[in-house]
Design a protein around this ligand. Structure first.
Ligand SMILES: NC(=O)c1ccc[n+]([C@@H]2O[C@H](COP(=O)([O-])OP(=O)(O)OC[C@H]3O[C@@H](n4cnc5c(N)ncnc54)[C@H](O)[C@@H]3O)[C@@H](O)[C@H]2O)c1
Length: 277
């Protein structure tokens, strides 16, 4: 894939899944990479692969919820490469559990990583992206930022918030005449460790939930997802739906308005079981 030669790209959560695939695909296309994760073993594997293909890479442990560290990291990346062109705010976690049984702290944790992590990354890097004269913010939401599911209130909240935040930012950049593209990404089921890394409320079997996700939901490879996302970034698309499932689900939601809830509930209720239902 061409089009990213010489660009400096930042990828959070690059030690696994979509983030790892994005980093490698960007490296193959000639980009220089600043990769980070809390999982330093996974991050080291991504760094090795990038070095093997000859990409310039800076790898750092970064927790996206730590705002001060994120701000310092943005300056360090800018200093290291001399500029920053793109940030992929990708790091994310899942949590399953009905509102009735979720702890406040579980909902807060998902918001901290999946929403505030995106806000931290966007705001930390925005001045550098504007200064580059050729910037792009790519924020990873989900199909769960387009419709809600029983058992996913925390994740839905974060992913809807990412969508709202990113769609506003795109308009702001255009109105201000800033040279920064903005893209919201809505993946469907991607074959990654997301469900295996996720937590679940008391009374739910997290392993069984992960098995169901792997078997019934995750159909698109992270490599394919990365190619689709980068294709959309090249065209500066406002929104990209990743995978055939995402396209169908988006269409149904747009055609039915709130009616999707009645349509999806029986299927989603089985996929995301709860001891209270
Ligand atoms: N896999 C899917 O089906 C799917 C669908 C829609 C959206 N997404 C989103 O895609 C993004 C990537 O997820 P994935 O599927 O590749 O999952 P993954 O679990 O394979 O990778 C996520 C990475 O984020 C890292 N991470 C978690 N918390 C972090 C923190 N506080 N700071 C820094 N790094 C942190 C993890 O260590 C991991 O390496 C997430 O935002 C996820 O919500 C995934």
């Amino acid at each position: 894939m061409q089009g990213f030669a010489g660009k400096v790209a930042v990828v959070t959560g690059a030690g696994s899944g979509i983030g790892q695939a994005l980093a490698i695909e960007l490296g193959r296309s000639g980009a220089k990479l600043a990769i980070s994760d809390v999982d330093t073993d996974g991050l080291a594997r991504t760094e090795e692969q990038l070095k093997a293909i000859g990409a310039a890479v800076k790898a750092d442990r970064l927790d996206v919820t730590e705002r001060e560290a994120f701000l310092a990291y943005a300056d360090a990346v800018n200093e290291h490469f001399g500029r920053v062109n793109q940030i992929y705010n990708n790091a994310g976690i899942g949590h399953t559990g009905d509102v009735e049984i979720c702890d406040f702290k579980d909902i807060e944790r998902v918001m901290d990583v999946d929403f505030w992590g995106v806000v931290n990354g966007t705001k930390a890097f925005l001045p550098h992206l504007i200064a580059s004269g050729d910037g792009h913010v790519i924020n990873i939401s989900s199909v769960f930022g387009l419709f809600s599911s029983p058992g996913q209130a925390a994740y839905n909240s974060a992913k809807f918030a990412v969508r709202g935040f990113t769609e506003a930012l795109r308009q702001e950049m255009i109105l201000a005449g800033h040279p920064v593209g903005v893209t919201t990404v809505h993946p469907g089921g991607i074959k990654t460790a997301i469900a295996r890394n996720a937590t679940a409320a008391a009374g739910l079997d997290a392993e069984e939930l992960a098995r169901l996700f792997d078997k019934r939901v995750a159909h698109t490879s992270p490599q394919r997802a990365a190619k689709i996302i980068l294709g959309a970034v090249r065209k500066n698309k406002a929104r990209v739906l990743v995978g055939p499932d995402a396209k169908v689900l988006d269409l149904v939601v747009r055609l039915t308005g709130s009616g999707y809830q009645r349509l999806f509930m029986p299927m989603l209720g089985k996929l995301v079981p709860s001891p209270r239902r």
